[in-house]
Write a new protein. Structure first.
Length: 318
């Protein structure tokens, strides 16, 4: 009996040891990651049904255009951050029966698709998509088009701020362009160097070929970005596009930083005072003979199309 009692005590002791160990690991590492790696800093996918065209309670901007496409309908695709634009385009000028959604994804015959930036650029080159709404392509994407003997046409239809985000409890509200580059180049590694707490900086990057990663590479002006090794100890900084953070992800526990003292709002994009702005492009193959492609592009650049882009939450080019 005494032996069983001692064995039970050992088992209970081991359980308590592992509970304490796990609690220690949680408080030292996991908890810090949770607080700094909020949903807003993750590569969160957009909820497609939230912005579906031709759905009464959808959040997509609903324009009643007199233009209605007929015949060979161009297949639209694009970036996650820009999905509300190409979905609203379909709602405005496409027939309702052209969209097929199975509850999770668009089916193969649907004129509205969603493959995100990398998939959309590949689909344009491969001929599976006619128009992609994206930011500028990466070198890898341009090289793929060149290898396939495809020339891409990029037509600017709007503008969007490229933004830098941190946990909303981070005391830092503003960084200069040089400070951000130094952080991502590994030259500045502690928030205390830029007016914050004495805490390691964890600079988060995105997947190669994503629109935001391509924009970040461009922003770095040729400087290398080593991968982050402080992810379990540091307080994060990330990057994305303004409307994706503000409108799609909404309150993800993050805040956008001012850059060079200028906050990334619509007014500062329009007046060109915010320093990091990307064009939004309608991209298509130059050899694509679909006669509706120029009609869609012209509509996007028309007063009606530009107003749709503004009402959706982005900034037009006109």
């Amino acid at each position: 009996m005494k032996k069983i009692h001692n064995q039970l005590l050992v088992i209970v002791g081991l359980i308590m040891f592992f509970v304490c160990l796990n609690m220690g690991i949680y408080n030292l590492f996991t908890k810090r990651c949770i607080s700094d790696y909020s949903d807003g800093l993750k590569a969160k996918s957009i909820e497609l049904d939230r912005y579906l065209p031709f759905v009464e309670d959808s959040e997509v901007v609903k324009v009643d255009s007199e233009l209605m496409l007929e015949g060979d309908l161009p297949v639209l695709d694009g970036a996650a951050a820009l999905y509300p634009i190409f979905s609203a385009t379909v709602h405005a000028i496409y027939p309702q029966d052209c969209v097929h959604f199975d509850g999770e994804n668009f089916t193969e015959e649907s004129a509205l698709q969603y493959r995100n930036t990398r998939g959309a650029y590949k689909a344009i080159v491969d001929g599976d998509v006619d128009i992609a709404i994206c930011v500028k392509p990466s070198e890898e994407q341009l090289n793929y088009a060149k290898e396939q003997g495809v020339e891409l046409e990029l037509v600017p239809i709007g503008k969007e701020a490229f933004v830098f985000i941190v946990n909303k409890n981070n005391p830092v509200d503003d960084l200069s362009e040089d400070e951000i580059r130094d952080i991502y180049a590994g030259k500045i590694t502690n928030w205390s160097k830029v007016g914050g707490d004495k805490k390691l900086i964890s600079p988060i990057q995105r997947n190669q070929g994503s629109g935001s990663q391509t924009a970040m590479i461009s922003f770095m002006n040729g400087r290398e970005m080593p991968r982050d090794y402080n992810s379990f100890l540091g307080s994060a900084i990330g990057f994305s596009f303004r409307f994706y953070v503000e409108g799609i992800v909404e309150d993800g526990g993050v805040k956008m930083l001012s850059v060079n003292g200028v906050y990334p709002n619509v007014e500062n994009i329009k007046n060109d005072s915010y320093p990091v702005v990307q064009n939004i492009y309608a991209v298509y193959r130059k050899d694509n003979t679909n006669e509706n492609i120029p009609i869609v592009i012209d509509w996007l650049l028309s007063d009606e199309g530009q107003q749709m882009i503004e009402d959706t939450g982005y900034v037009g080019v006109n």
